[in-house]
Design a protein around this ligand. Structure first.
Ligand code: GCO
Ligand code: MG
Length: 408
């Protein structure tokens, strides 16, 4: 069996999805997602210029050897662009494998450990009342877990994931206003004064059963993060995400020494080498990698297995920048993984997105149910994608009030 061709498509409804389609001499094809948010053209070029010319003629069933060939063969290992490109190939090869076997991917991993997988939604508000309304609407829809982000009184601009105006909503994940980023102004003291009490009010209003998550988005120093994690202990958060930027992994020791609040980290990691020490030292509770950015199913499965040895559960990144293809890959891993924790999931199900990526996966009462179709269980309409083209966008940057550049 041989790979005969592979094509990369960039575009989608409101997102620059990077979709890889691998064709074989047996008519079976596979799909992969290489959408590196706000840097989408780069994995696309890596695939087109370097990887696809090598893929043609390879036996698609040898997904492990192909993964090693590209990873080791690059010489310059890791990095988000390369790992997103390898990941897309890997997803597509697993898709082909499942289709050849006539089985959904979770069966090839070891079968189902659960029916529906717990997901969390994003609630956000310009102020606490606005946020409470947003949480209430998710609770009414049956969600059991909600991430809460709130506008901070006196903060000079709206900050991460928070709308400028009440009930305005925000698409902070993909902003197509151009390559030059907008600037957010951040004030840690105002955040630290306001947020723990706001989280407690959310707990008081919604009761003990709602799983409440909060994303600090890398904004605190280790000492501040330790103080924050300690202050929110009575709230009983499901997790506190990215309390500090994770380059400084020793920072996690300080947080652990001061608090038992569960910590989730890893959405910017692209390999096991960024999280193996955090996992082995049990400094985190949830690993947040995404199959898109971390080398696909083959590599993320290694991370899941290592995490399972150390009481670390999965909590894969699922911002809507990932296409339904990698969300499907994660759904199969979530159905299987013995140490599954939760999945971040924002409904992409607009009619346009469903026509581009038809599938039978579905969400009900806050749980995600994986399709039983062979392979990933997602298709891709080449005629539909022709309606879209690449639009440049950027993540915001953050500055302190005196102009100092901070962490977005
Ligand atoms: C999350 C993330 C996202 C990121 C975005 C960047 O927890 O979902 O923090 O909101 O900011 O994915 O590309
Ligand atoms: Mg996050």
């Amino acid at each position: 069996m041989k790979i005969t061709d592979a094509k990369v498509f960039v575009g989608g409804p409101g997102k620059n999805y990077v979709t890889l389609k691998i064709y074989t001499d047996q008519g079976v094809y596979g799909l992969g997602d290489a959408t590196l948010n706000n840097r989408e053209t780069l994995p696309a070029a890596y695939l087109q210029d370097y990887l696809i010319p090598n893929l043609i003629g390879m036996d698609p069933r040898n997904s492990e050897d192909i993964w090693q060939f590209f990873y080791r063969g690059a010489y310059f290992r890791r990095g988000p662009i390369a790992m997103a490109a390898f990941g897309a190939i890997d997803m597509a090869l697993w898709d082909i494998k499942g289709k050849l076997a006539g089985m959904p991917l979770y069966q090839l991993f070891g079968g189902k450990s659960r029916d529906g997988a717990l997901v969390y939604a994003h609630a956000a508000g310009a102020d606490l009342d606005d946020l409470m309304d947003s949480v209430a609407s998710y609770v009414d829809q049956g969600y059991k877990a909600v991430r809460v982000q709130c506008g901070i009184p006196g903060m000079p601009t709206a900050s991460y994931a928070v709308p400028e105006e009440k009930s305005a909503g925000t698409d902070y994940i993909t902003d197509f206003s151009g390559i030059r980023p907008k600037v957010e102004i951040w004030d840690t003291e105002k955040y630290m004064r306001f947020m723990p009490e706001a989280l407690q009010k959310i707990r008081d209003r919604f009761g003990p059963d709602l799983k409440i998550l909060h994303d600090v988005h890398h904004r605190l120093t280790p000492r501040e993060a330790a103080a924050f994690a300690k202050a929110v202990e009575p709230v009983g958060l499901f997790w506190l995400e990215d309390p500090t930027p994770a380059e400084d992994q020793d920072a996690l020791n300080l947080i652990r020494q001061h608090s038992t609040t569960p910590i989730a980290i890893g959405e910017v990691f692209n390999s096991i080498w960024e999280c193996n020490k955090l996992i082995e030292r049990e400094l985190i509770d949830f690993i947040r990698v995404a199959v898109t950015y971390a080398g696909g199913i083959t590599h993320v499965k290694r991370i899941i297995d290592l995490a399972g040895l150390h009481n670390v559960r999965t909590g894969f990144h699922g911002a809507p920048s990932h296409s339904p293809i990698s969300m499907a890959a994660q759904a199969h891993l979530n159905a299987w993984a013995p140490n599954f924790g939760i999945q971040e999931y924002l409904v992409l199900g607009t009619p346009e997105c469903d026509s581009l990526f038809p599938s039978q996966h579905y969400l009900r009462d806050g749980l995600f149910y994986v399709s039983n179709a062979p392979g990933l269980g997602v298709d891709f309409d080449e005629d539909e994608v022709a309606k879209y083209s690449y639009k440049p966008g950027s993540h915001p940057v953050v500055r302190l009030e005196d102009g100092t550049l901070w962490n977005y």
